[in-house]
Design a protein around this ligand. Structure first.
Ligand code: EPZ
Length: 427
């Protein structure tokens, strides 16, 4: 397994291109199942999870062709065509490696009237149940059976029918599955307390480009008028707000000056507000956002919550940045039950962090010291990279396959703006 070695202390300066959003790509890819015409997604990030999803779609009978993107080395285009659905089974060996596979459930039900998907199981950050996905599909008439570690879903004889779905808890994935099922259901569907993450808006816009009828896009109430069929489309994946936020933290923690090309301010307001409160200068340029940090950072009190509040996917990265702030910060993780796996690793680098249940108190220290550390999950891995960029000496991050799931060409992007970073194999 690869590991990444960083020699900390360099101030990051320059321009960095932000890739297409992982969490938009993973819900746009299954849209190809909803039509027998070609769907082309552009600006797709080169990530392990995108590759895995492509393999899953191939298993289901979707042909996929990939070509270089128009954005040079960053991203690529993929054209998918599900002329017929050859299989409605998402097998355990694929789903266990990529829980987002559950997002084929809604589209398969809508297009083929049935689906058998391995239960995704938990992961490092929590047990990740899918009860809200299943309740939503039942509200559209699906019959759900759980057996031998699989979800078996069957649509009624005449196909899914519209219904009213009120989510008790905001769920990105459940909103996505419900939306992709409802667009082909007979009649009207209303989703209440739907997730409002920008990735949901991207999904809705792609579905509309394919001929779906959706009202309330960007709000917590989505109204969908089912249509008989969807047609193909060409759609550009939105830029990754979490990647952009992660590299903004890299600029902040190294006292740098970095322009994030393609970053969209409207997707990142809570992240930007946090950076500005900590003393980081964030300005909109014609091509993205410019991040300038030229002094000690101030402490923050932050709670993660669904969009538009501060995103859980940025908690670990902010924690690294605040480990060097001038004072004590208080972070509260309200979304996942186990998203502090980075804390003991940061402590090994000299961070002073106390966790009490869902809350972490981060007391800023004068400096961090490079060490060998272990990545545990995607965003925790990035927090270790960030700490390594600022630490004195050398940091070796093991199990960087976690990183490859969410950050395209990480070492190249960071090296190009001054980081002393390299990937070495055979961990
Ligand atoms: C998506 O996960 C993202 N993944 C996550 O990003 C992100 O952290 C999360 O949304 C929250 O923003 C993708 O988009 C592929 P949820 P998802 O359903 O859909 C509970 C990253 O680092 N819940 O919004 O799985 C759940 O346990 C990843 O890029 C149920 O109880 O998240 C959690 O506490 C990590 N029942 C809360 O809701 C359900 O049926 C939010 O989960 C579904 C969820």
């Amino acid at each position: 397994m690869d590991r990444i070695i960083i020699r900390g202390g360099n101030r990051l300066q320059g321009r960095l291109a932000i890739s297409g959003a992982k969490n938009a790509a993973l819900t746009l890819l299954p849209c190809s199942l909803l039509t027998d015409e070609p769907l082309t997604l552009t600006n797709l990030p080169r990530l392990a999870d995108v590759d895995s999803f492509g393999h899953l779609l191939n298993e289901l009978g979707v042909s996929t062709t990939v070509k270089r993107g128009s954005n040079g080395e960053i991203g690529r285009d993929m054209t998918m065509k599900a002329k017929v659905i050859a299989s409605t089974v998402a097998p355990y060996d694929i789903v266990r490696k990529m829980r987002a596979s559950i997002l084929v459930l809604g589209p398969l039900l809508a297009r083929a009237g049935e689906a058998k998907v391995s239960l995704p199981g938990g992961c490092a950050i929590g047990n990740r149940p899918i009860d809200l996905h299943l309740k939503a599909l039942e509200a559209l008439g699906a019959e759900i059976e759980l057996a031998a570690g699989y979800v078996k879903a069957t649509a009624p004889a005449g196909g899914l029918r519209g219904g009213r779905i009120g989510f008790p808890v905001v769920s990105v994935g459940a909103t996505e599955n419900a939306l992709m099922a409802a667009v082909l259901a007979r009649g009207e569907t209303v989703l209440e307390n739907a997730a409002r993450e920008p990735e949901i808006t991207d999904l809705a816009r792609c579905l509309v480009a394919m001929g779906a009828k959706i009202e309330g896009i960007g709000t917590e109430r989505l109204t969908i008028e089912g249509v008989d069929r969807l047609h193909g489309a060409r759609y550009q994946v939105m830029s990754d707000r979490i990647e952009a936020g992660s590299y903004a933290c890299a600029a902040a923690i190294t006292g740098g000056d970095v322009e994030l090309l393609g970053a969209r301010i409207e997707d990142m307001e809570a992240i930007i507000s946090g950076l500005r409160t900590a003393g980081v200068t964030v300005t909109e340029t014609g091509e993205g956002l410019r991040i300038i940090a030229d002094g000690k950072l101030g402490p923050l009190t932050l709670s993660t919550a669904p969009f538009p509040a501060f995103p859980t996917d940025m908690q670990a990265q902010f924690m690294s940045m605040l480990a060097l702030a001038d004072g004590a910060s208080v972070l509260t993780e309200t979304i996942f039950e186990n998203r502090y796996m980075h804390v003991p690793e940061l402590a090994r680098m000299g961070a002073d962090i106390q966790v009490h249940g869902r809350t972490a108190v981060v007391r800023g220290v004068d400096h961090l010291i490079g060490a060998e550390v272990m990545a545990t999950d995607l965003r925790a891995s990035m927090s270790l990279i960030l700490a390594g960029l600022a630490a004195r000496g050398e940091t070796k991050v093991h199990r960087v396959y976690h990183l490859d799931r969410g950050y395209e060409r990480l070492e190249e992007k960071l090296s190009a703006i001054g980081a002393d970073i390299e990937r070495v194999g055979n961990d």
